[in-house]
Design a protein. Structure first.
Length: 284
């Protein structure tokens, strides 16, 4: 699958009958709201996915639902069935590549949901497959390329690229991107095929990326995932790196709690005067 030139915010791919709407880049697209707090979005890897997570947001949050529907044409092209079939439970997801694509879709939907409520990231970082969603949020990857990377991770692991991942067209990130692949997390990645091979083969340097963000003055983190699996690493790193500084890590969702209540609770803490109290690990 090779992406055609985007036009007016839309991109198409061979075999797709409808164009794909790319998310607006931040801050290069729309302006961050003046009241928007400084926040780092943390995109977790495959371990954060739980079956059925996101179903509540799909039913109640138009921004989340619109993002999922915008992704559905590419998802169907890659996997042969729809995201809504997955969310409804009508389609079981056993294949790891499909699970990673569903997780990516949830993360894109959550990013759209936060932005719809006035929260845009100041910086982003991601772990393992979460780096793909982080790159999209930073405006460095098109959605079609992101799905190609996820769909062909087996080829990336061996370097046996059969043309499916040639011709990626990454763009410079439009906001700070803390890499969990490179030795220097502040170094701007090329986001090319070589980078995604390294993403798959190298151990994720999550703590190092978080430490760099903390050193740069960021103290509020929102985990963009179905469940807050990166929260302990943020807290442990803050204890070592920013002792005495209030650091918050807030979940977007928790698999064991009401989705809307969890999201709105975290949103309230972000927008409360003074930023609200620091969150305990795992607190909603």
């Amino acid at each position: 699958m090779t992406e055609h030139e985007p036009h007016g915010g839309l991109a198409t791919a061979p075999g797709l009958s409808v164009p794909v709407r790319e998310p607006a880049a931040q801050p290069g697209g729309r302006t961050r709201p003046a009241e928007c707090p400084d926040v780092v979005f943390v995109y977790s890897g495959d371990g954060s996915r739980y079956g059925g997570t996101g179903r509540g947001q799909l039913a109640t949050e138009p921004a989340f639902a619109d993002a999922i529907d915008d992704l559905d044409a590419i998802f169907q092209w890659e996997h042969g069935f729809s995201l809504r079939q997955v969310f409804s439970g009508r389609r079981a997801v056993d294949d790891v590549i499909v699970r990673q694509s569903v997780l990516f879709a949830v993360q894109v939907g959550l990013t759209a949901l936060w932005r719809a409520h006035g929260i845009a990231p100041t910086a982003v970082l991601g772990q393992s497959t979460g780096e793909v969603a982080a790159a999209v949020a930073a405006g460095a990857l098109r959605l079609t390329d992101a799905f190609r990377i996820l769909a062909h991770r087996a080829e990336l692991s061996t370097g046996n690229l059969t043309g499916n991942l040639t011709g990626l067209r990454p763009m410079p990130a439009k906001l700070p991107f803390y890499s969990t692949v490179l030795a220097d997390p502040r170094e701007r990645p090329d986001f090319d095929t070589g980078y995604w091979i390294a993403n798959l083969r190298r151990p994720a340097r999550l703590a190092k990326a978080i430490a760099a963000a903390l050193t740069d003055g960021h103290t509020t983190f929102v985990e963009i995932a179905p469940h807050p699996v990166s929260a302990p690493t943020v807290t442990e790193t803050a204890t070592r790196t920013a002792a005495g500084t209030p650091v918050r890590i807030l979940p977007s969702l928790r698999h064991d709690r009401d989705e809307k209540l969890t999201f709105l609770s975290s949103l309230g803490r972000l927008l409360a005067p003074g930023g609200g109290a620091p969150a305990e690990v795992g607190a909603a």
